[in-house]
Design a binder for this molecule. Structure first.
Ligand SMILES: CC(C)(COP(=O)(O)OP(=O)(O)OC[C@H]1O[C@@H](n2cnc3c(N)ncnc32)[C@H](O)[C@@H]1OP(=O)(O)O)[C@@H](O)C(=O)NCCC(=O)NCCS
Length: 186
């Protein structure tokens, strides 16, 4: 058995594993921030079926950048972003958006997040794009530390993130692609 981590572009067949991985990482990352009801709702078979049905249209779209990491055909992480942010505040200024890096808890802190980040930046460069944003929960300190380490500048803009009556705050890091440090320095 080969336990090597392989990174590749997303495929339509990844839908089910993707959705399960996303739910697992949500539970792990947000367990102290969100109520149990939020996770239960996300894990309902009908919601998962809907995500799977719309997966290819969404994740394989022209304007999307999406890679997965797998070990022996099991998905253990992904990066997904879009060339124009869907946040009005950033979209009107032509920011791309790194919407998510989600890594299975057993594979965090091994440098995979940084690899995904670099891949995303390379894809934006190929498209001649100049800047991007990433939104993250204010209390998600692990992710914020990584985004800061990778050169993000905390923006003054914030917005509420409300789930099942719990109001959290989303903060944003912006990146000027030309100014991103050499990969070796990250
Ligand atoms: C946030 C996240 C994407 C970071 O990815 P990651 O793969 O864990 O990140 P890296 O391994 O590249 O770097 C993270 C840390 O591991 C350290 N690290 C990297 N390689 C390492 C190694 N071989 N040995 C020990 N530590 C290492 C890095 O220095 C960094 O340290 P820091 O926490 O002190 O800054 C990941 O933890 C994750 O999926 N979290 C849950 C989901 C989430 O919150 N996503 C972001 C919301 S959009």
């Amino acid at each position: 058995m080969n336990n090597e981590i392989k990174i590749r572009k997303v495929k339509a067949e990844d839908a089910e594993q993707w959705s399960k991985l996303q739910n697992l990482v949500w539970r792990y990352a947000y367990k102290d921030l969100l109520p149990e009801s939020v996770f239960v709702e996300r894990e309902k078979p009908e919601r998962i079926a809907k995500i799977i049905a719309g997966f290819a249209k969404h994740q394989l779209a022209e304007d999307r950048i999406c890679y997965v990491a797998e070990v022996n055909t099991r998905l253990i992480g992904y990066v997904s972003g879009i060339v124009k942010s869907e946040y009005e505040h950033f979209g009107i200024k032509n920011y791309a958006d790194l919407q998510a890096i989600y890594i299975h808890p057993n594979y965090q802190h091994c440098g995979l997040g940084k690899k995904f980040f670099n891949l995303f930046v390379d894809e934006l460069k190929k498209r001649n794009l100049k800047r991007f944003v990433v939104g993250v929960l204010k209390d998600n300190l692990q992710a914020r530390r990584a985004y800061e380490k990778w050169g993000g500048k905390l923006d003054v803009y914030t917005q509420p993130f409300i789930k099942d009556g719990v109001e959290l705050t989303e903060v944003f890091y912006t990146y000027d692609i030309e100014k991103i440090k050499n990969k070796e320095d990250l």
